[in-house]
Design a protein around this ligand. Sequence first.
Ligand SMILES: [Zn+2]
Length: 154
Amino acid sequence: MNITDITDRFKDNAHKVSKKVIWHWTGGNTASGAIKWLDDREDVDGDGIGDGTIAYNYIIDKNGDVYMLGNPKNTWFHNTGLGSEYDKDTISISLVCRGKKDSFTEAQIESSKRLYSVLKCLYQIEINTHHASINLHKQDFPDKTWVDFKKKII
Ligand SMILES: [Zn+2]
């Protein structure tokens, strides 16, 4: 079967897929550490290799490098703790950061801004928020930081 891609001719009329963007921070110092931790965390089939069912679509390292763990076009991860029904429409992004005593780098802010603008082109973003705002057990982004961050990336 041959599929000819003419989506460009219709992209202005096509309905974008609705997504919720959920921002997190990793709690560690490096992207490689976060990726290893997520990979090791769940081993559903018992083969000794993590299955990565809990993860993020993107991880943004301190130097601004962005790692895509799953393309949001066809991939979602458990990331909010609110269950599959909620998470299946999410695009999850985590910034490498140790938390309140640490801060995001300028390079991370710049990459977040660029990534968010790309996502806005590709998807209808219904919600753009941080983990703690939807799951009160989490302490992601102390409120002031989130408001500042959101202003910088939009
Ligand atoms: Zn989180």
